[in-house]
Design a protein around this ligand. Sequence first.
Ligand SMILES: [Zn+2]
Ligand SMILES: [Zn+2]
Length: 452
Amino acid sequence: MKNIDWHLHTTASDGSFTPEQLVVKAAEKGLTSIAVTDHDTVEGILPARNKARSLPLEVIPGIELTAYIDQLEVHILGYFIDYLDNQLLLKLSELREMRRQRGKKIVKKLNQLGIDLTWQEVKELTDANQAIGRPHIAQALQQGGYVQTAQQAFDKYLEDQGPAYVPKTNLTPREAIEMIKQVKGIAVLAHPGLLADQSVVPELIEAGIEGLEVYYSKHNSNQISKYVRLAKDKELLILGGSDCHGLSNQEQLLLGNTKVPDWLRDRLQEGYRARRGIEMIDFNKYLALYPQTSGLYPQKLAAIGQKYHQQGYLTKEQLYQLAYLNSTRSAYHVKKNAGYLVKKVTQEVYQLEEEFLQLELLSSLSGVGIPTASAILTSLDEESHCVIDTRVWATLWRMGYFEQEKESFKASDYLRIIDIVRRLAEEVDLTVAEIGYALFAYDVEHREGTLH
Ligand SMILES: [Zn+2]
Ligand SMILES: [Zn+2]
């Protein structure tokens, strides 16, 4: 009962814990499955998932989008979203920009009303990542001595139809749901019990909601039974979480305090796969096939991988070794990447010690000939290392994780593959390396001869 919390905020939005702190606290509390669901941003997911790699805890990538039906604020949660998707990142930054512009317009109106408030003063009240909204402007007005309380700021200036009101340019629930579905996520109605107008719930389900946040820190037992019934009736997934924002607002720490039944974890997983058309492959079967493929040699890789993990990065020598292993096994790579180029690029990229910086640089060098042609060795935990390449992508694409077939990758593509491989390893009882081998072998069997 106490192992799940699928509604958590970090400093990426308005929580008080950094993503890393949140993960550590969650593990200390004995939680085994959490979701990072920051408001309108995905910035906290990667750091949280990286931190969780060394802990017995899964971090489901999530988001909480703010939408409106007229004046009614509706929160839509998204789970298992592809948080590295460029379109999603673009859309989120556009939304932030739109809110920023709105804030600026409000400040301008206040100036016209004779209030000497600057945009800078409002900005100073928010963290860099946070969306600036009316509450921040209210706070600035209060600090400037223009009003006594934030409520007064709303009553006097900021409320809808108030003299400094600027209409919102926000998402409708349908748009928010669409955004989540675009990146393969499951769209869930957050805390339905908090909606002042319950008549919108059927409307939201109609708009494409796939799950309800039934178990919630502020739902009472009547609300819980009501929404369990509704979810069953409408065949929606059941989710739950505390909505913990950390230790702000003098609240008690909500983390892990909502009683979410543990068996919902498997339901969510199955429901996710069914709704997104994801088909699992027989990992054990293909793992057994791997030694018969042209894939990289497990023993040699294991030796490289172990050293890699100890150091946290590959030395140049190890990388040459990997590049050599990878390019010699395939005429395709040799043709595409002359030896000296592989060496030169490898040298540059792997002077960086940090995995993600390496990936970033790789992406900017694409076209030159990526060091190991198309493969990256990544060390994912103490024993596991995994080769990520086109075959791995191709299988994930066939399984339904990606929309597109691809032959060349950017850094974000590698990260997306690594992320899904890690998730699969969490779901089935295999290491990430084994998942990688199985995905590779599957593609060899199904697509032999078309690529290397
Ligand atoms: Zn909410
Ligand atoms: Zn929330």
